[in-house]
Write a protein that binds this ligand. Structure first.
Ligand SMILES: [Zn+2]
Length: 326
């Protein structure tokens, strides 16, 4: 997500943009960023109200993996990882900022998600759809912001249009636009499926399972994955939305041990089935897959501090490397 202009300038500098150009670009980027925020509207279909800070993963679920009210979350700046572990609060004292993005208006945010937030558990197919709507919407918005930025940078009046008029830049823009379109389809299909009877499978295939092997982690991620390893013959990337949601077990069960629900959704049912069979067929594979998602560049995640400490240094390094992807 394009959170602040300073980070953006750092990335452009690292990409080779000369300092003299950056000096002229910075105030224009600040204006662009302000206007982008001012244009935002609720992302529930057909709503035009201004958005509030919507949760990606509910506070009630994040509290399950907090330790003394604290947990680790994705640092806004990868550099802060050098001082890791740096505890960021996800407890009750600062719940509102734990996992928010400018997604939905207050009315839709409360009306559409209060069901599982109050129940503190995801139980029904529609609950999974609603969680995946949150997951997909933030990633779709990130793509939308990036396209807006790339187009802004190419405009003649940015003062640096020649730097960005390259085949590599065009390819990046085209790829981002294609991913944006596919996430748009996934997002709108999830909304459409909500109108179906709650037991009927819709146009988005959903896989869900509980795995204690991944306790201590929450994440929200949507990206493009290979249904099979490339070695098997170069399969086509397919869109996949993933939510890893910590929960208490059924209150009526004998124990109240935490467990973790994995929810995967895709418009490509066959690819999803292949992916699940290959990567989630056992608790060990599920654990390894969650670690791989964290390392692949997943931007929205939270980890129990003790879980982080228990990870191998190799696993920690993989996650840190994933953070540096722009
Ligand atoms: Zn709304």
């Amino acid at each position: 997500m394009i959170r602040n202009v300073d980070k953006l300038v750092d990335a452009l500098s690292a990409a080779g943009l000369p300092d003299a150009d950056i000096a002229g670009l910075r105030p224009r980027l600040t204006t662009w960023r302000t206007q982008l925020d001012a244009r935002r509207q609720c992302l529930w279909p057909k709503c035009r109200r201004p958005p509030i800070g919507s949760h990606v993963i509910s506070q009630t679920f994040l509290e399950v993996i907090a330790d003394g009210g604290k947990g680790l979350k994705t640092p806004k700046n990868p550099e802060t990882f050098t001082a890791y572990p740096r505890a960021s609060r996800i407890g009750s004292e600062a719940p509102s900022k734990a996992s928010t993005f400018p997604g939905f208006c207050g009315t839709h945010d409360h009306k559409e998600f209060a069901g599982f937030e109050n129940a503190r558990r995801l139980r029904h197919l529609d609950d999974y759809r609603r969680q995946l709507i949150r997951t997909t919407t933030i990633e779709w918005q990130n793509r939308s912001d990036l396209i807006d930025l790339l187009n802004f940078l190419r405009k003649r009046d940015s003062g640096v249009s020649s730097f960005f008029a390259t085949p590599g830049f065009d390819a990046r823009l085209a790829r981002t636009q294609e991913h944006y379109r596919q996430l748009e389809q996934l997002r709108l299909s999830l909304h459409a499926d909500l109108s179906l009877p709650s037991t009927e499978s819709g146009s988005v295939a959903i896989h869900t399972a509980s795995h204690e092997s991944v306790n201590g982690v929450a994440l929200s991620y949507a990206d493009f994955f290979e249904a099979q390893d490339i070695d098997d013959g170069g399969s086509v990337p397919f869109p996949l939305a993933i939510a890893v949601v910590p929960q208490r077990s059924d209150p009526e069960a004998a124990t109240d041990e935490p467990t973790t629900r994995l929810i995967l959704g895709s418009t490509d049912r066959q690819a999803l089935d292949l992916y699940v069979a290959r990567h989630l067929s056992s608790p060990l594979r599920a654990h390894d897959s969650v670690m791989a998602w964290l390392g692949k560049g997943c931007f929205s995640w939270w980890i129990n501090p003790g879980k982080w400490e228990a990870m191998s240094s190799q696993e920690q390094d993989e996650i840190k490397r994933g953070l540096t992807r722009f």
